[in-house]
Design a protein around this ligand. Structure first.
Ligand SMILES: [Zn+2]
Length: 254
């Protein structure tokens, strides 16, 4: 992974700089500059899932269509509204669900599945500090979500999206161990910050092109409000909306 290459390079540059600049008065400044650059690159790699810095995520599709993905549900208020529109429009999407919510609303999870959408793992806790979990706790959290989904639907998800899109070296090991594919996105709708549906529609439509994976949130009322227009705009632009599994040519369940 890129992280190992960057770390190896940083150590080498550090050692060489030590040799070259040791006799000068500014050797510590050189060391601090290298350390800061290393930290900046690592932070960028953690927050930018598309950088594939710690692990390889799937951020775009292989077909000339687009896929809609929803995180942070299921939500008893807004998820049904979104499902109604998707059904009406004949569109299949992917729902990256939070395990503890799926456990609370099993009927809703079943409805998502029965209506032909993909159910995927978005961790059990969606804890704000999940990126700082030990490898053991991270594995336990992700496996817990998988188990909740398997118990309700009788099938085991293989797609996973890290909460907040933050990754680290522990994720790389845990996802390999649990045989989960890391799924990112190529277009952020910024629906968690949008004040009205037009902000979502404008943002998505200004960026959208073939092969894009769009990130939305099904626990947001404004997202539900935007769905009908958003789908219409995609179709007007000649972009077909396909299930994520078809777009990335991978099976969504074990
Ligand atoms: Zn999330």
């Amino acid at each position: 992974m890129k992280h190992n290459i960057v770390t190896g390079t940083a150590i080498t540059v550090f050692a060489l700089s030590g040799i070259i600049f040791w006799e000068t008065g500014f050797v510590w400044l050189v060391f601090i500059a290298i350390a800061l650059a290393y930290l900046a690159v690592t932070a960028y790699g953690s927050f930018k899932i598309q950088a594939n810095y710690f692990l390889k995520s799937i951020n775009t599709g292989k077909r000339k269509s687009i896929a809609l993905t929803f995180d942070d549900g299921p939500d008893p208020e807004t998820t049904p509204k979104i499902l109604d529109i998707l059904r009406e429009k004949g569109v299949k999407a992917t729902f990256f669900v939070i395990g503890k919510k799926a456990e609370k609303y099993p009927e809703l999870l079943r409805r998502i599945d029965e209506e032909g959408h993909i159910v995927a793992n978005h961790s059990y806790s969606h804890h704000t500090m999940i990126a700082f979990f030990s490898q053991e706790n991270l594995a336990r959290d992700l496996e817990h979500c998988t188990n909740v989904i398997t118990e309700i639907l009788g099938k085991t998800p293989k797609f996973y999206r890290p909460p907040f899109g933050v990754t680290n070296p522990r994720y790389a090991r845990v996802l390999r161990e649990l045989k989960l594919n890391s799924i990112g996105w190529s277009v952020r709708s910024l629906d968690t910050k949008a004040q009205n549906k037009y902000e979502i529609i404008n943002r998505v439509m200004s960026k959208l092109k073939a092969r894009d994976i769009v990130l939305l949130h099904d626990n947001r009322k404004v997202t539900a409000d935007s769905m009908e227009d958003l789908i219409e705009h995609c179709l007007q632009k000649g972009l077909k909306i396909e299930p994520l599994s078809k777009m990335i040519q991978k099976e969504p369940y074990e």
